[in-house]
Design a protein around this ligand. Structure first.
Ligand code: DAH
Length: 357
C-alpha cells in the first residue's frame, strides 16, 4: 500500500469512527470503540505494525500519518464520551428533581405512649364526655383513707385481700384508688361524678398476672336515685368504647366492704374471644370491673347523707384492661422498661405523644 492508499485507508477508518461514534448510545459503547479502533489489534492500531513494510526513508512519514490519525480518533472518542457522560448525568439529576426541597419533611414517628397510659387517656375522655371530672390522690396514704373510711376496720378479714406495703412513718402505699372516693366526697360533696386514675401497690408475688405496682381507675357517681342499671349502662358504654367493639358482660355478686351490694362485672376475653385461653384461665371471661352501690357507711365517712343520696362506685383494673386491649399476656413486661408493649400501641394506631391532646 503506497502512501496515497494509506492516506485513503486512514480517511475511511476515520469516517467509520465518526459513524460509529454517532451511533454510540452510552459511555460503555465509546469504550468498546476505543479498543476496536485504537487497540493493538484494532483497525488503526494494527497499521502501526505495517510501518515495517515501508522503505526506511518513508517510515517516518507513515508513522506520523498513522499517529496523527490515532490522535484525532482518540480526541473524537473522548469528545463523544464526554458528551454522553453529560447526557447521563442530566438524566440522573432530572429524576432527582422530583424531590422538592421546599416541602416539609416526612416526620419520623418519635415514639408511642405506654399501653397503660394510652388506655388511661381513652378512659378519661370517655368519662369526661359522661360528665365526670378526673381527680387524683396521694400514693402514700393513711390507714384511715385506704381502709377505715372504706368500711375496712383493722380487724376486718377483708384487709387480707390486699397485702399492704406499710411504711415506717405509719402510713402505707395505697393498695387501691378507692381512698380517693372519700377525699373526693369531702372535697366536692354531693352530687358528684369523678374518676381517679392512679398507681396502686400490693405486696404480691410476681407472675404473669400479678404485679406489685399496677394501675386502677376508681369511679364514683353520687346523686339522687342512682341505682344498679346506671352502673351497668356505664360499664357497657365504657368497655365497648375502650375495646372499639361491642363486648359481652357477665354480672356476678362480689364482696367489697365499701359497697352493698357488691358486684363483679366480667367481660368476654378479648384474647381468645371467649373460647378459653391461658389469660382467662380457660373460662372465656375476664374480671374487669369490680363495683357496687356505695355502702351507706362510706357515704357517711365522706360527709354525705345516705338517706338523701345513693351512688355507685367501681375500681377498673386499668393494667388488665390495657393487656386485654393490646394482647399483652405477661403483666411483668409493662413495668420492666420493655419496649415491646410500646410497639403494641403504635401498631394499633394509638396517637403519638407529640400529637395527642
Ligand atoms: N378497690 C377494689 C380493689 O382494689 C376494687 C373496687 C371494688 C373498687 C368495688 C370499687 C368498688 O370502687 O366499688 O380490689
Amino acid at each position: 500500500m503506497d502512501i496515497e492508499q494509506l492516506t485513503q485507508t486512514i480517511g475511511e477508518i476515520e469516517a467509520g469512527v465518526a459513524a460509529a461514534l454517532s451511533d454510540a448510545a452510552d459511555v460503555d459503547a465509546c469504550r468498546r470503540l476505543e479498543t476496536g479502533f485504537l487497540g493493538k489489534d484494532g483497525t488503526l492500531g494494527s497499521l502501526i505494525a505495517r510501518i515495517r513494510e515501508y522503505p526506511s526513508q518513508q517510515r517516518g512519514e507513515v508513522g506520523k500519518l498513522i499517529n496523527a490519525a490515532k490522535g484525532r480518533v482518540k480526541a473524537a472518542i473522548a469528545g463523544r464520551q464526554a458528551e454522553l457522560e453529560k447526557i447521563r448525568d442530566a438524566a440522573e439529576s432530572a429524576s432527582a428533581t422530583d424531590f422538592d426541597p421546599t416541602l416539609p419533611g416526612a416526620c419520623e414517628p418519635m415514639g408511642s405512649v405506654h399501653p397503660v397510659t394510652a388506655v388511661q387517656w381513652e378512659v378519661e375522655r370517655i368519662f369526661e364526655r359522661l360528665g365526670f371530672s378526673v381527680e387524683c390522690g396521694p400514693e402514700m396514704e393513711t390507714e384511715h383513707y385506704n381502709f377505715e373510711a372504706l368500711n375496712v376496720p383493722a380487724s376486718h378479714p377483708a384487709r387480707d385481700m390486699q397485702d399492704t406495703f406499710w411504711l415506717t412513718n405509719g402510713m402505707l402505699l395505697r393498695t387501691q384508688t378507692s381512698p380517693v372516693q372519700i377525699r373526693a366526697m369531702e372535697k366536692f360533696g354531693a352530687p358528684l361524678r369523678v374518676i381517679v386514675p392512679g398507681r396502686c401497690f400490693r405486696y404480691e408475688t410476681l407472675d404473669a398476672s400479678h404485679e406489685n405496682t399496677f394501675h386502677q381507675v376508681e369511679g364514683l357517681m353520687v346523686d339522687r336515685d342512682i341505682s344498679i342499671p346506671n352502673l351497668v349502662a356505664m360499664a357497657k358504654t365504657l368497655l365497648g368504647e375502650v375495646m372499639h367493639r361491642e363486648v359481652k358482660l357477665r354480672i356476678r355478686p362480689g364482696f367489697f366492704p365499701f359497697v352493698e351490694p357488691g358486684i363483679e362485672i366480667d367481660m368476654n376475653c378479648q384474647i381468645c374471644d371467649g373460647a378459653g385461653c391461658a389469660t382467662c384461665k380457660k373460662s372465656g371471661w375476664i374480671e374487669v370491673l369490680p363495683c357496687g352501690m356505695v355502702h351507706p357507711k362510706v357515704l357517711i365517712a365522706g360527709g354525705i347523707d345516705p338517706d338523701e343520696y345513693t351512688g355507685f362506685a367501681f375500681g377498673l383494673g386499668l393494667t388488665r384492661l390495657a393487656m386485654m386491649k393490646y394482647g399483652i399476656r405477661d403483666i411483668r413486661v409493662l413495668n420492666a422498661g420493655d419496649l415491646r408493649p410500646l410497639v403494641a400501641t403504635r401498631r394499633f394506631g394509638q396517637p403519638l405523644i407529640a400529637s395527642y391532646r
